[in-house]
Design a protein around this ligand. Structure first.
Ligand SMILES: Cc1cc2nc3c(=O)[nH]c(=O)nc-3n(C[C@H](O)[C@H](O)[C@H](O)COP(=O)(O)OP(=O)(O)OC[C@H]3O[C@@H](n4cnc5c(N)ncnc54)[C@H](O)[C@@H]3O)c2cc1C
Length: 459
């Protein structure tokens, strides 16, 4: 067993990193800037926590491997399971998805604080039974790394309480799970290393989310995807406690309002009376909250020489996605699983462990990156946007056709969902049956109006 590990950030990815480390190191110290609230409620360290967080089936399957029984715990705590496409009514730029009972994928919907608290409880319970001692330093923040250019040997931490005491925590392995705002690139330069290069693809999406209580419980979620002619969208989804989250999204000049009185006008502009009618039956539980930093951003820690020994960055600290695709939490779980597999294969003392673990973590986010960055690249503006090459134009053409067919063709739709739920690699979209149907069959849109009945269901 390895010596001590420090995990920077006790959010979802940090908690899952602890799960991966159990049994592989003697101690894990988690540094968390916030104090955890007693109840599952919003906290400042996870500013996106007020927004709708859909947990994809690929993430759930990975969670069942890493922490068996946790998905059932989430449902027992009130999270709502919704089968896709049966219960998730989705309007795409190519029409509505047919409402089929496919039985392959379900999303879990609950508030982000409930999800984080449930996973944390599960991990701490397992920690108590493992040979690893886990300590969580709440209201402490990491402010730098210890070591040199070739090896990280620990973390400098500072208390957030009066006095702001500083300490040095030596560690054999430091896992950076401090999220989108990670300062590790700067800390690495302080050790004499270059900062990782960043690839940024920003479609300019702005979010606003409001919690509402409908007069009657509703069994379905509704998703309206932005389209070129109307770069605005919405997701309307049940969460625990009989509430719903309404997330509105808009691309550049179409950012949604943060003033509750302006929400109905924005929803009316989406041209979907079903959603507008339901909104009229709801009472507001919270005001709308905005979120603007939605760029896809990948740091090249996984490149040769990208990390020193003793340092691994996971989840949002390494790679973040436009949240509209609902992938980040699932990638956090897949990264935790990848980290555990690397630990099983030799432990953190193995020479080259950090680089191998970083590559494994990057592989765990590859499908999400290819789908999110690929879909957003045509809409990306600014210094990082480059004009598409022929191969990219071909890809855009193929995926445009495939996405249109997926709305109504059960074979292509199943493959499309396997990949967008992170349950299969993108190569699943290139299998002969899917490719032939996509290329040779006519491109036609899905249903023009909202499918209120499940196909094949009685009544
Ligand atoms: C608006 C929005 C909507 C989203 N919707 C979805 C969705 O539907 N489905 C989905 O799967 N994903 C979604 N995501 C992505 C998801 O929120 C992230 O991928 C996920 O939170 C990543 O987890 P993390 O632990 O890496 O980072 P975070 O959840 O951001 O946690 C980072 C933690 O590190 C702590 N921290 C930060 N710096 C320090 C420091 N220096 N010292 C100590 N502690 C520190 C913070 O307090 C926090 O606890 C969405 C994101 C956004 C922005």
């Amino acid at each position: 067993m390895g010596g001590g590990a420090v995990v920077v950030g006790g959010g979802l990815a940090g908690t899952l990193a602890v799960a991966a480390l159990l049994g592989h190191v003697e101690t894990v110290t988690v540094i968390e800037r916030d104090r955890y609230p007693e109840q599952p409620v919003f906290r400042k360290g996870v500013p996106q926590g007020r927004h709708l967080h859909v947990f994809l089936s690929g993430g759930q399957r990975a969670l069942e491997k890493l922490l068996p029984g946790t998905v059932a715990e989430l449902e027992a705590a009130g999270a709502r399971r919704m089968e896709a496409p049966r219960d998730v009514l989705t309007r795409t730029p190519h029409g509505w998805h047919r409402r089929l009972h496919e039985g392959r994928h379900a999303v879990i919907n609950c508030t982000r604080p409930l999800l984080d608290a449930t996973v944390r409880t599960q991990v701490l319970a397992r920690a108590a039974e493992s040979g690893t001692r886990v300590e969580v330093l709440q209201a402490w923040e990491a402010v730098g790394l210890l070591g040199g250019a070739d090896r990280v040997t620990g973390v400098r931490v500072r208390s957030r309480d009066a006095g702001h005491a500083e300490r040095e925590l030596p560690a054999e392995l430091v896992v950076d799970a401090s999220g989108r705002g990670s300062r590790a690139p700067r800390w690495l330069t302080e050790l004499g290393r270059p900062a990782p290069r960043e690839e940024v693809i920003d479609a300019g999406v702005g979010y606003s989310t409001q919690m509402l209580r409908p007069a009657e419980p509703l069994r379905t979620a509704v998703v309206l995807e932005p389209r070129p002619a109307l770069p605005r969208g919405a997701a309307w989804s049940p969460v625990e406690g009989g509430n719903r989250l309404l997330t509105l999204a808009g691309v550049r000049g179409h950012h949604p309002p943060t003033d509750g009185s302006a929400v109905p006008d924005f929803v009316a502009s989406l041209d979907e009376p079903y959603l507008l009618d339901h909104l009229g039956t709801c009472e507001a539980v919270s005001p709308p909250y905005a979120y603007r930093d939605t760029a896809n951003r990948r740091r090249d820690y996984h490149a040769p020489g990208g990390v020193p020994e003793g340092f691994v960055a996971v989840s949002d600290a390494a790679c973040t996605f436009n949240p509209i695709y609902g992938q980040g939490m699932s990638v956090a779980v897949l990264s935790g699983l990848a980290l555990r597999e690397c630990l099983t294969d030799g432990g953190p003392r193995r020479p080259g462990f950090a680089a191998a673990a970083q590559r494994a973590v990057a592989r765990a986010s590859e499908t999400a990156w290819l789908t999110a960055a690929g879909a957003d690249r045509p809409y990306s503006e600014g210094a990082d946007a480059t004009s598409p090459r022929t191969a990219e134009r071909l890809q855009t053409w193929y995926f445009g056709r495939l996405a249109a067919r997926a709305t109504h063709d059960p074979t292509v739709g199943a493959a499309f969902r396997d990949v967008t739920h992170l349950a299969a690699p993108p190569s699943r979209l290139l299998t002969p049956t899917v490719a032939l149907r996509t290329i040779l069959l006519p491109r036609r849109p899905g249903p023009a109006s909202i499918p209120l009945r499940v196909e094949g269901a009685a009544g």
